[in-house]
Design a protein around this ligand. Structure first.
Ligand code: IMP
Ligand code: MG
Length: 175
């Protein structure tokens, strides 16, 4: 990806916001009468986390975690590290991990196991994007915004070398 340029718009802000409303309504129904504990994965999930928070009507706590499996650009190292852990206690809680994208699945599988050790009541995953063609480990998101083909996507929180996170839509890199 040397001479990379921003490609076409894959999903507009309006499309994403509409999907967040749909999934938020589904989550409210699935967890009716229960509290949820939303765990946003920094930095990629910030915009999606904000969208989901606005559409989940249950009593909710929010927290953030930083995991990294990537180096500085777009190649995976396969090794996941927790760089910033949760601030709160999830014992007995309904955890929903809010993720930007499930690619190989390495990060999410690790995160799910890391959090399951603390005995929450339940753990589910809500991802903005899913790239199933790239999956290397067995992990499945419970709520998926959109499936994408094997493109390097950027925008709406997702970066290439820390750039493009502020694009208010999802595009991809060409080049
Ligand atoms: P995985 O562990 O391979 O599933 O990768 C997970 C993380 O890699 C995501 O949370 C993203 O931060 C990053 N990532 C994977 N694919 C893309 C992409 O197409 N664009 C931007 N970031 C990506
Ligand atoms: Mg991420």
């Amino acid at each position: 990806m040397e001479n990379n340029t921003v490609g076409k718009i894959l999903f507009t802000r309006e499309q994403i916001e509409k999907r967040a409303e749909e999934i938020g309504a589904q989550i409210a129904k699935d967890y009716e009468g229960e509290e949820v504990y939303l765990v946003g994965t920094l930095r990629g999930a910030v915009m999606w986390m904000a969208d989901m928070m606005k559409n989940i009507t249950n009593d909710a706590e929010i927290d953030f975690i930083v995991a990294s499996s990537y180096g500085s650009a777009s190649t995976t190292s396969g090794v996941v590290k927790i760089k910033k852990d949760l601030d709160g206690d999830i014992y007995g809680k309904n955890v929903i991990i809010i993720e930007d994208i499930v690619d190989t699945g390495t990060t999410l599988k690790f995160l799910k196991e890391h959090l399951a050790d603390r005995n929450p009541k339940s753990i589910k995953i809500c991802t903005l994007l899913d790239k199933p063609s790239r999956r290397l480990v067995d992990v499945k998101a419970d709520y998926v915004g959109f499936e994408v083909e094997n493109l390097f996507v950027i925008g709406y929180g997702l970066d290439y070398d820390q750039k493009y996170r502020n694009l208010p839509y999802i595009s991809y890199l060409e080049g």
